[in-house]
Design a protein around this ligand. Structure first.
Ligand SMILES: [Zn+2]
Length: 127
């Protein structure tokens, strides 16, 4: 099971990379597009500042390239190899997948990016 303390937990839930106590995002649902990239300034539990430096999250674009490829490959395998559609329809399926999952891909990339720089610290929250 996915537990707090595991980097994957923070990446998949978008929680604070340091204490895993709360979401980094103002709105947890990535499909509320107006709030897609709105993040809290700091974690209210451990005071971690998410934007380590100005434009920190521009680096997430490198990650989103890889994440996008992963989604595209998954769409290809499902459409072409499993369902067996034509190449043209497979291409359409890949493009549609990338568009539909765009908000998820963008957030996943940010989560992976920030988790490259921060580690889980069980002592971050002082009670
Ligand atoms: Zn925190």
């Amino acid at each position: 099971m996915l537990k707090k303390g595991n980097k994957l937990y923070s990446i998949l839930t978008g929680s604070c990379p340091k204490c895993h106590q709360e979401s980094m995002y103002v709105d947890q649902n990535p499909y509320h597009l107006g709030h897609l990239l709105k993040m809290n300034e700091r974690c209210s539990h451990c005071q971690t500042k998410y934007k380590i430096e100005p434009s920190f999250f521009y680096g997430a674009m490198y990650v989103s390239y890889g994440v996008g490829i992963a989604f595209a490959v998954a769409a290809f395998v499902i459409a072409f190899l499993i369902v067996g559609t034509s190449l043209v329809n497979t291409f359409i399926a890949i493009v549609a997948t990338l568009i539909v999952f765009m908000p998820v891909i963008m957030r996943l990339s940010r989560n992976i990016w920030i988790n490259l720089f921060m580690k889980y610290d069980p002592d971050a929250v002082k009670n």
